[in-house]
Design a protein around this ligand. Sequence first.
Ligand code: AGP
Length: 606
Amino acid sequence: MCGIIGINSNKPVSATIINSLKKLEYRGYDSAGMATINNGLINEVKSEGRVENLEKNSLVQNMEGTIGIGHVRWATHGLPNSINAHPHSSQNVSVVHNGIIENSTILKKFLIGKGHKFKSQTDTEVIVHLITENLKTDNIVDSIKKTLKSLHGSFALGIIFKDQPDLIVGARRGSPLAVGYGPNENYLGSDSYALKSMTNKITYLNDGEFCIIKRDHVEFFSEEGTKINKKVLKLSSTEEKYDKGDYKHFMAKEIEEQPNTIKNGINEYLDMSNKDINIYNFPWKSNEITSITLIGCGTAYHSCLMAKYWFEEITSLDVNIDIASEFRYRKNRFKKDTLYVFVSQSGETADTYAALDLCKQSGVKTCAVVNVVESSIARDSEFVLPIHCGTEIGVASTKAFLGQILILYILALKLALWRKDIEKNNFNKKIDDLKKLPKLIEQTLLIDNKIQTISNTFNEAKGSMFLGRGFSYPIALEGALKLKELSYIHAEGYPAGEMKHGPLALIEEGMPVVVLAPRDNYYKKTISNMQEVIARGAKVLLITNKSKDEVISENIWETIEVESTNEDLLPFLLTIPLQKLAYYSALKKGYDIDKPRNLAKSVTVE
Ligand code: AGP
């Protein structure tokens, strides 16, 4: 997704803007640009591709100015090229924008009628000319207020003005935006990552608010243009040093970090000495919650689906799940005794945030399961369960997935205990098994060479299927998503029992099919489904867990055995080979593993 940086300083800003844009690279983008004000002029430089292309531009190297804005763009309107890159500028105004302006076509017609000339295909450019038009009659605050009122859709904006070279305006609606405070300078950023290397003092704008950032102070305004006071937060930690270490890719590092991810989560929530779970300050009594609705996108949605099976198995709660982009447009019947849980690694996913906003407007209970505790979803939920997996840079989520399902499993156990849905000794047994999970993940991570070889077959195929039942079904979906988003090969996750209702027709000689069949309650049924696809020529990769019993089937192409453990926990282990399969497939294809094409780490547009 797009990223914004703005700096108002007593010293030249171009190098710092470039460095900050590099920190925003993880968000995924296709072009970059920046603008400063110097000697009464707006200097704008933009480039296609990576930030280093911008950095190499000689105009940037000689760029003067102590006030400036920068942007990395993930194209929504208009091709990814330097013309459509941000900032967009008129003679008097320069703008960087995250989000989508839904009424840009009408506004463009109106502005062309006023004589404004457009250079790009973007929706953003209408903002530039609208402000320029309003400045003809109004001061800065009124022209900003009037402009924002005319915009439909979502935005986070950074704006500089030729005739006001001492200020930056920031404005937010539906797309995150933060202000940072430094010595003799202040900042604007689309998230805390962009600002962490310069400050740990942050103020987040809420929807509708805008601000005027001077070098030595910042003023905040409500949608109506009245001055408001805002809290200055101290970020949880100074900038985390995240680099690849000895790994070729962040994703490889993050896969290997998963034993620690689980250890961190267990240490955070488990009270080992009392064999209990600590969920501090949970704001509701257990009898105030009779059902749970879990909401997320992509991998986070798969976490919700995984949790559904655990909640149903361990508690007596009714459990619903939904994809956030569906939930937000549904005719929802909000219930006071339902806990709405929003699962999101970044905490900035637009659809998930919009679903949360809907729930907040309906006054129902909201809880966030997130990795970024300073994120919008975390800040706007009544209660937050952090997953503590550290910064996840790879666009393809790995350790955050395991972190999410761990916290959801822990929540299910705790609610079950509170509601007396589970006997204490059964609870204790599950806690004991959970404590052994990091070690089991470590052992499962050792399965590597075989997967590297197997990945070749998936690369040569025109498509593949991932099958599972019960607890394994969400993992089948997650495994298919990983292969799709990393190696650009079509892969479909499907309930194993559903194959005979149509998709069996897809199976042809040599087609690779992953079958997740751990020795759990669904094992026998899934093995029969496996035999159905083998009989039609599929090359089956069976992923099961170690057992003294032989697998009762022939003609299995390859078998991978993960460690054995409590059935509840097998999904954690089944996930590992699938993450590696996708990684090695993409590695062989030479694709950009940490930044797959067309994707972004945090999807802050609808
Ligand atoms: C997963 O590998 C993808 N990167 C994507 O599906 C991601 O899970 C989804 O966009 C949700 O992101 P979030 O967890 O930050 O809300």
